[in-house]
Design a protein around this ligand. Structure first.
Ligand SMILES: Cc1cc2nc3c(=O)[nH]c(=O)nc-3n(C[C@H](O)[C@H](O)[C@H](O)COP(=O)(O)O)c2cc1C
Length: 200
């Protein structure tokens, strides 16, 4: 598939069929995420792969609690995803990398980072996963963890505190869903409205 087509076709898919996703396909999605750019090549991301029903159920139980018993439409749909990839960022990897001689920020001062590139780089990895999912004929969605669920998520999967979950990429075969849902129905402002040429 041409990149332009993958970009055009990509949209968040929140309902999946019961068909499993081949392990080799999941591996290609993960490898694509790993191709993401990162500041100073710090590559301070990690991916927690949940690709069996028990692990996926544990994710939903940890993050949604009792809501899994009577899920709303959103949760009911996302819970059908056979594969979840939780993307995590590691700030320390950046502070360490930039303390090296070629960068020279040996004070490891977080104030040097007006933008937390550990999160942006992890998001770029997630974006490559989303596009690769399209290329593989799959549906995918990127969604966040509710703040209060983060500690429960860490405990359920032994995630070290140095890693922050940035969001989850769900993967699965698409069903005939009704097209753009939720926030996507708002549409996007035109390119011309968000582009400032030469000067704001
Ligand atoms: C950082 C980020 C967080 C998001 N969080 C959620 C979420 O928690 N739940 C959800 O259903 N969609 C989530 N989305 C998907 C957006 O709603 C979606 O990208 C947007 O409505 C545009 O639709 P499209 O991606 O299908 O084109 C998130 C997207 C991003 C980039």
């Amino acid at each position: 598939m041409e990149l332009s087509e993958a970009v055009r076709r990509r949209r968040m898919v929140r309902n999946y069929s019961s068909e499993p996703v081949e392990a080799a396909v999941v591996d290609r999605v993960l490898a694509a995420g790993h191709r993401a750019p990162s500041a100073g090549n710090s590559a301070g991301w990690a991916f927690l792969l949940l690709d069996n029903p028990d692990d996926v159920a544990r994710y939903w139980r940890a993050t949604a609690g009792d809501r899994v018993e009577a899920p709303d439409r959103w949760l009911r749909g996302l819970m059908t995803a056979p594969v979840l990839v939780v993307t995590l960022s590691c700030k320390d990897a950046y502070l360490e990398r930039y303390a090296e001689p070629d960068k020279g920020w040996s004070d490891r001062d977080e104030a040097r980072w007006p933008v937390p590139y550990w999160h942006t780089d992890t998001a770029m990895a997630a974006m490559l996963m989303l596009l690769t999912a399209v290329d593989e004929g799959l549906g995918a969605c990127f969604f966040g963890l509710p703040g209060p669920a983060v500690d429960r998520f860490r405990a359920a999967f032994d995630v070290p505190t140095a890693y922050t979950p940035v969001g989850v990429v769900s993967l699965g075969h698409r069903t005939d869903d009704a097209g753009p849902a939720g926030s996507a129905r708002r549409g996007r402002p035109p390119v011309a409205d968000v582009t400032h040429r030469g000067r704001w």
